[in-house]
Design a protein around this ligand. Sequence first.
Ligand code: FES
Length: 142
Amino acid sequence: MVRREFLQDVLNSIIGIWTLLAGIGVSFLGVKYLWPTEKTIAPSGEEKVRISFSELSEGKAKKIVLRGKAAIAINSGGKIYALSAICTHLSCIVNWSEEQKQIVCPCHGAVFDLNGNVLAGPAPKPLLAYDVKLIEDSILIG
Ligand code: FES
């Protein structure tokens, strides 16, 4: 009888520890899902950023750092767009989808058009747009 109680206590302890670890794991995954993956790419105090046309061919995008924050320059339909790359939902870094011709947030699925307007998803505001000037063979953003 004593041996049976001992084994029952050991089994209960194992189940309790396993349940605790599973709870911690689920909590960690929940927090990781909600927490932004990146806020900025790198610190930079540049007021304006100049990139070469050769770095941004038709249909492509380039991530840059402008005033210390992530931004994205996109060449689409013969026009250059420059927007903040920080999603207005929880600050994940957005990506350009060349196939969809839209800006997509990888975290919770917000979608923006080339002017930064929200097309879908939980993002509450549009992406901030930056001025773009074309100077000879380069693009001045900011
Ligand atoms: S951070 Fe949630 S949709 Fe972008």
